[in-house]
Design a protein around this ligand. Sequence first.
Ligand code: 8YV
Length: 314
Amino acid sequence: MKPEILVLGSVWSPEVRAQVGQAFQCHFVPSTPVAGEPAFDAIAGGIRAVLTTGTLGVTPELVASLPALEIVSVHGVGVDAVPLALLADKGIHVTNTPDVLTDDVADFAVTLLLSTVRRLPLLDRYVRAGGWPAKGPLTQARSLKGKVAGIVGFGRIGQAVAQRLQGFGMEIRYHQRSPGPAPEKRSSSLLALAEESDMLVLCMPGGPDTRHMIGLDVIEALGPEGTLVNIARGSVVDEAALVAALQDGRLGAAGLDVFEDEPNVPPALFALDNVVLTPHVGSFTVEARRAMGQLAVANLRAHFDGEPLPTPVV
Ligand code: 8YV
């Protein structure tokens, strides 16, 4: 008998669906199910694994309703939507999909930074609306060369972003709590980094430790000429403070791929020309998603075959 698994979310490509379908008896559910729903209660007792996205919550309630749960395989590098301590206590394994998405996420961070600084969507709207022949006023953008890029979270993705931005002639500085490579580039505090930087790129993990780490003080330190790019998690930014600062010019511009309450984006942002908004697509390429799917399934297979897990979360 194939092990029964719960597959949470609606991001799954036909390829991933086929792979998991071959190895496991799958129950696909678009969002986190709740005990008491008859269809869920009927299957909950037999579920031995959960395959989930990086953002869809494996809540403590869900864990409590799955008595046979052995492993949670996260299709993503971020594991902030998973209650790690609770799962560890219960001896339930957790795996994620690091490395295979790093380059595509870093490419996207740079794409978003360039689009925001050079205001690509605004220019596109300008041309489409017939602004070019009408010669409406357009203010000049700023260049990247010679500017300081502050990277918050200098792990695999942060370092890959830094490598790319160096190629644009930017000076790199970073901040993270733990010591990292290139100690001379590390700023003494997040606030110091924001003061030193022209552009701040958020690459840190989500979760309670980083919640609202980017508050009004950091936003104001980045300032009216500053640009904020977030490809990390919406939770790391005080979104209300960010919206207000973008509205009244205390912050210059922002490129945002992630939000506090996805897929809901604060409507106040829609009216602003100094923001670029994307729907959490850093890793959304055929190649990255294929590799993430394969790794997420490989972790599940290894577990049920009694093999070492390829990418366990420590
Ligand atoms: C995906 C992500 O959006 O890796 C992560 O942590 O947030 C993204 O790659 C998501 O996990 C897709 O399942």
